[in-house]
Structure formats: structure tokens, C-alpha cells
Ligand binder design. Sequence first.
Ligand SMILES: C[S@@+](CC[C@H](N)C(=O)[O-])C[C@H]1O[C@@H](n2cnc3c(N)ncnc32)[C@H](O)[C@@H]1O
Length: 205
Amino acid sequence: MRQKKVKYATKEILESYDVVVEPKMLDFHEKKVFLEIGSGKGQFITKLAEDNPNNIYIAMEVNINVCYRIMEKKESMKLDNLIIILGDASFLNLYFGLDSIDGIFLNFSDPWPKGKHHKRRLTYPTFLKTYVSLLKDHGFLQFRTDHPALFHESIEYIENFFIITDVNHQLEASAYMTEYEIKKRAIGPIYQLIGKVDKHVKEGL
Ligand SMILES: C[S@@+](CC[C@H](N)C(=O)[O-])C[C@H]1O[C@@H](n2cnc3c(N)ncnc32)[C@H](O)[C@@H]1O
């Protein structure tokens, strides 16, 4: 969906609020680290960060206008444990070392329904391979969507990389919901799956 242009959303302004605007390796000082890719306006990840001050949360978002909205939330909620990256998930390796992340969240990722665009999906095997390499041995992937075809096709990709521990076709509402989830709940079911790193896959990378 096209996002509204935000007049003040420039790289310079975002950088002045400590948003990571150019690739650089991040250091987490042994803390638990959770990454949301494609955070949109940031409601989910900011609430998690607020409720779990001892962990580090990272919002990665490629769109500068919505990234600005995450930064506004971070400022108003005074979140010291949230890092915002203005960047593309295709370049995760430029920010994260191997075995550095405890959990990855994908919420309402773009479905890219046409076959020729499937490789852009954030659940596509090329992305999953990178997630497994960056996750710690006990790490997990949590994927939530309202899009049944994306969900079922993603299960087929994900089961080759993760051990799927939970599949839910009618997820209950919770305290941790994105802007999209709140809207889409009014229309139909919300699907979620959780997978943990498959040690054999990780060893074979
Ligand atoms: C459909 S929106 C969902 C936003 C939010 N997760 C929610 O549920 O409200 C998908 C978001 O993913 C972002 N996105 C898509 N591809 C991305 C990529 N390769 N790297 C980082 N963000 C991406 C888009 O800019 C958009 O904000």
C-alpha cells in the first residue's frame, strides 16, 4: 500500500534521532535481541520494547515515511531499548552477525501474489536461509498474516528451514498487534505460525 509522504522524513532528520540510516554492524552486549522486519508504523515492536526493558528490540523498515512514525513512537514512549533501522531485509548481513538474534517477527508482510514476484516475499527461502544463519541455536521465527495463500505457501517454505511448533488459523487478539492486524481483524481470521531453528539446517549452511 502506498504510504503518505511525511514532510520531515529525511535521512538526516532520522539520523539525528539515532535511526540507523546506513548499514553498520550492530553490537548488543550479550542482551536478548528481537527483530521485526517490515515494522510499518511500529505499534507491535514499540509495545514489546516498552513491556520488556531488559531486551533489545529492532524495527527494520524500508519505507522512510513509515520509519518516521516508528521514530515518533520511540521518542514519545522514551524507549532506550529500541533500535530503528531504515533499511532493506535483503541486506540483513550488513547489520547482524551470525548467531546474534533470539527471535524474528514478520507481521503482515506484503503477500506478492504473482508467481514472478514470490521471491520478494519475506518468507521466501533466500530470506529464510539468512534468518537461520543470524538466529541463535534456540532462536525462533514468528509469522503472522491475514492472507491465506501467503500463509499456506509460506508454511511450505518455512518447514524446510525451521521446526514448526505452532500453527494457528484463528489467532486471538492480544496486547501485541500491529496497525494492520487491528484493521484486518474486522474482516477475517488472522493466521500465525511459530518455528524454531532446525539445528541440522543451521549446521548445514
Ligand atoms: C503490509 S505492510 C505491514 C506493516 C506492519 N508490519 C503491520 O502489520 O502493520 C509491510 C511493510 O513491510 C515493509 N517492507 C517490505 N519489504 C521490506 C524489506 N525488504 N525490508 C524492510 N521492510 C520491508 C513495507 O515498507 C511495509 O511497511
